[in-house]
Design a protein around this ligand. Structure first.
Ligand code: C2O
Ligand code: CU
Length: 504
């Protein structure tokens, strides 16, 4: 491992070389990062407070002396941040990862990764409050693999990020994940080792956490619609096929749509539907949506309910290429033209209390996304920047447990970025200065379009070291990843070391 100063020194050498010789003479070994710890990354961003408020803000986004500034506290290793080790699991799952050909029903097979022989892997189901234990066995994924629980606020040691919260599980190795399924909703799991390659090639599956109590959802028919593109083939639950779901006339069907792809997915229907949850969080009094397309960011989920007509079926289009016909099994609903207008979740449905005071954050950070030419790890390219800096000199957002944290995400590039913070759920406060006026819009994956600026907030209530990155995963590997670090938490894991950890 090397110190941050050595790390930055190596990068500086790389920059000078780049500048002096131009892009034609690259590929210098001296610019390789080698093994490093994420703790040594970044500019030690301790945040500031926008406008008036608590704390000594510098107004620059990199001030010192803010409430979250790291003190002299001796660090505890994140490996101790786990679920109650004495509690017996309520749900036990065994997932075996293999590198093999994926059978894609309705299409052609592709090379990739399976879990228990299929991609998507098995759906994990739990009830809210259950302790879930997953025995993960890597049978043959040569680069190593992990499982990350996208959208579930697990204890940090269970987050599954290679090189930050664990070592990649080598072929022949295994790892046990344990977490309490604290929030009902629709989630998914995927590898977080070489994720831009392993996720695209299928190392993923759905997670459904049902509400507590006696089968609260039993009145509804439930459908999972996991979207994934395998080698250019648009699939629904792993098949190049539309689905037909039988449901009684007049009944309500809940579709849990999971976008595991690298770009935004569109959802629409000829009939009215309701968006009842975003990223696992219930919408307050969801209003009927008609003549609008709803968009799901890469990594995001949307639960929608459709009302089955008194006769025939209604079609729900998911992800553009696939659809689900819901209702009379003998009647396939006609396709519906995609509405041009988009549902704006900033104003959708009815406000409700957030449960914390977002107007008085303890800390405020900027996450400004730009782009420029440079070198990352010896590799030349047109890379993403965060707050003007190239990876690894991107911000490290220092927080303290209990802080209310505001973040302004600004996209100064020409492409959409679905921003994903691990371990926390984030609420949207405003977009381009326009305050949110609908149901609280909770997200873990938020599309920030070119030129847009979002103010979001969250409570720092889950100690650890957490990735905060773009979920168009080729962007993450090109430097669009920063981290949130709690005061007093350290990691023993490193990136690029003997374990071959490459989280993105
Ligand atoms: Cu869905 Cu960092 O990942
Ligand atoms: Cu991106």
């Amino acid at each position: 491992m090397q110190s941050r100063r050595e790390l930055l020194g190596r990068i500086a050498v790389g920059m000078v070389v780049t500048g002096a010789l131009g892009l034609g003479a690259l590929g210098w070994g001296s610019t390789l990062l080698g093994e490093y710890s994420v703790m040594d990354m970044g500019s030690g961003n301790t945040g500031h407070v926008h406008g008036s408020g608590a704390g000594a803000g510098s107004g620059t986004g990199s001030g010192s002396g803010a409430p979250g500034a790291p003190g002299q506290v001796s660090a505890v290793s994140l490996t101790g941040l786990i679920a109650d080790p004495l509690r017996n699991p309520d749900v036990r799952v065994k997932l075996v990862a293999r590198q093999q050909t994926i059978d894609v029903p309705g299409g052609r097979p592709v090379d990739g990764y399976t879990l228990n022989g299929t991609s998507p892997g098995p759906t994990i189901r739990a009830r809210q409050g259950d302790l879930v234990e997953v025995a993960f066995i890597n049978e043959s994924v040569a680069a190593g693999a992990t499982l990350h629980w996208h959208g579930i606020d697990v204890p940090n040691a269970e987050d599954g990020v290679a090189g930050i919260t664990q070592d990649a599980v080598p072929a022949g190795g295994h790892h046990v994940y344990r977490f309490v399924a604290a929030d009902a909703g629709t989630y998914w799991y995927h590898s977080h080792q070489v994720s831009h390659e392993q996720v695209e090639r299928g190392l993923l599956g759905a997670v459904v956490i049902e509400p507590p109590g006696p089968s609260a959802n039993d009145a509804e028919t439930e459908v999972i619609a996991l979207l994934h593109v395998y080698g250019g083939q648009h699939t629904l639950n792993g098949r190049v096929q539309d689905e037909h779901v039988a449901a009684a006339p007049g009944s309500t069907v809940r579709t849990r749509i999971i976008n595991t792809d690298q770009g935004t997915a569109a959802v629409w229907s000829a009939g009215a539907f309701r968006v009842v949850a975003t990223d696992g969080h219930e919408v307050n009094h969801p209003a009927a949506v008609e003549g609008r397309t709803v968009r799901i960011p890469a990594g995001g989920r949307l639960d929608v309910t459709s009302q089955v007509p008194s006769q025939g079926s209604v079609r729900l289009h998911v992800g553009g290429a696939r659809s689900i016909s819901i209702g009379d099994p003998a009647v396939t609903a006609p396709a519906a033209r995609q509405p041009a207008g988009t549902l704006d979740l900033l104003t959708y449905s009815t406000p409700a209390p957030l449960g914390f005071d977002a107007a008085a954050p303890d800390l405020a950070f900027d996450y400004v996304i730009g782009r420029r030419y440079g070198l990352i790890d010896g590799r030349p390219g047109n890379f993403w920047t965060i707050n003007g800096q190239l990876f690894p000199d991107v911000p490290m957002f220092h927080v303290r447990e209990g802080n209310v944290v505001a973040m302004r995400i600004v996209n100064e590039t020409g492409e959409v970025h679905p921003m994903h913070l691990h371990g926390h759920h984030v609420v949207v406060l405003s977009r381009d200065g326009v305050p949110a006026s609908g149901s609280p819009w909770w997200v873990d994956s938020l599309d920030v379009h070119p030129g847009e600026s979002y103010d979001v907030a969250f409570v720092a209530d889950n100690p650890g070291i957490w990735s905060d990155h773009c979920h168009t995963l080729p962007h993450a590997v090109d430097g669009l990843v920063a981290h949130l670090m709690y005061e007093g938490v350290s990691t023993p894991f490193t990136i690029n070391g003997a374990a071959g950890n490459q989280p993105e």
